[in-house]
Ligand binder design. Structure first.
Ligand SMILES: [Zn+2]
Length: 324
């Protein structure tokens, strides 16, 4: 049987939530990946290293496989410089742009001192890059902010999270210190999948999936093993009722590696898959992961309609690959 072996696959952008939902979703990621950067947009937000360590302990308690959760620090006006100095990843949300961004930055200039400290101590800035403008323009409108940050802090590693448009993809070649993560859903879907037929709230996320040309720009990066880009799922579970009322976020964790194998194979890009989900992230983030080989086999499996009250991406569909 055809198989693909992946050494220590890494999810560079993951939402695990807390409480019962954490216990449902964390084991799914821990089975498929050796580690992840775990997002801090809980209520209240993770804005101290103590809170990040306590959350990390709750994640580890919820899983049953070797898995390294790296919890990002949420950049708010309450964050202390001492905590920034001890952080590996600091997450910047502009105010109100997505789930849990109510504590986000109203004025990015407020954090100049912190960005200066971060570039001195080597912390990585992870950014949800969207403006408060019209929905399809929000990412492109954020491009000048990325460029200004990258130019002002040339030694600061800045990761443009879950890029969904060509305008941001194009920045990677312009600025040495700009990197990006790309999700599975932005590689798979366009606006037509979301609202071209019946409205599909399960494909609604921020940033929103966009045009075929935008998707082509992202595919070009992923399928060419472009070294400044790593896979970050942005898997973000919501209870079914909230999702059907329009909450932003796609629960993709249960289908990630099998779907990636299928997609890369369909585009004759299987050789680039290892760089995209394993090697690039290790270089960009310099993470130490538990050794873990994940084997994908070409054996079809059908995605369940619901997992613990959450509807996974591709529910009811059959995927051509499975985790062995
Ligand atoms: Zn996210």
């Amino acid at each position: 049987m055809q198989e693909i072996k992946l050494d220590s696959p890494f999810d560079s952008h993951l939402h695990l939530r807390d409480g019962d939902l954490l216990k449902t979703v964390a084991p799914i990621s821990a089975r498929a990946f050796a580690g992840a950067i775990v997002m801090p947009n809980l209520t209240p937000p993770i804005e101290t290293i103590d809170a990040a360590n306590a959350y990390k302990a709750r994640v580890i308690q919820a899983i049953d496989a070797p898995f390294e959760p790296i919890v990002a620090l949420y950049l708010t006006r309450r964050v202390k410089l001492d905590d920034v100095k001890r952080a590996k990843i600091v997450k910047l949300y502009p105010f109100g742009v997505t789930t849990g961004a109510e504590s986000g930055a109203k004025n990015i200039g407020d954090f100049d001192e912190i960005f200066g400290v971060m570039q001195d101590c080597g912390a990585i800035l992870s950014v949800h890059g969207e403006s408060g403008g019209e929905v399809l323009q929000r990412e492109a409108e954020f491009a000048p902010i990325y460029e200004k940050l990258a130019k002002t802090y040339p030694r600061l590693k800045i990761v443009m999270e879950h890029i969904g448009c060509a305008a941001l993809a194009n920045l990677l070649e312009k600025r040495e210190n700009l990197y990006a993560t790309i999700t599975l859903h932005h590689l798979l879907y366009t606006l037509d999948d979301l609202l071209g037929g019946a409205l599909n709230s399960h494909l609604f996320c921020k940033p929103i999936v966009k045009t075929a040309a935008d998707r082509a720009a992202l595919r070009q990066l992923a399928f060419s093993a472009y070294p400044k880009v790593s896979f970050g799922s942005d898997s973000a579970p919501h209870p079914k009722a909230a999702k059907e009322r329009g909450a932003a976020g796609i629960f993709s964790a249960p289908v990630l590696l099998p779907t990636l194998a299928e997609l890369f194979e369909a585009h004759s890009a299987t050789d680039a898959l290892r760089a995209f989900v394993c090697d690039n992230a290790q270089k960009i983030y310099d993470v130490k992961l538990p050794p873990k080989t994940v084997t994908l086999i070409k054996k079809p499996a059908t995605v369940p309609n619901e997992i613990g009250g959450v509807v996974p991406m591709r529910f009811g569909e059959t995927i051509g690959w499975s985790i062995a």
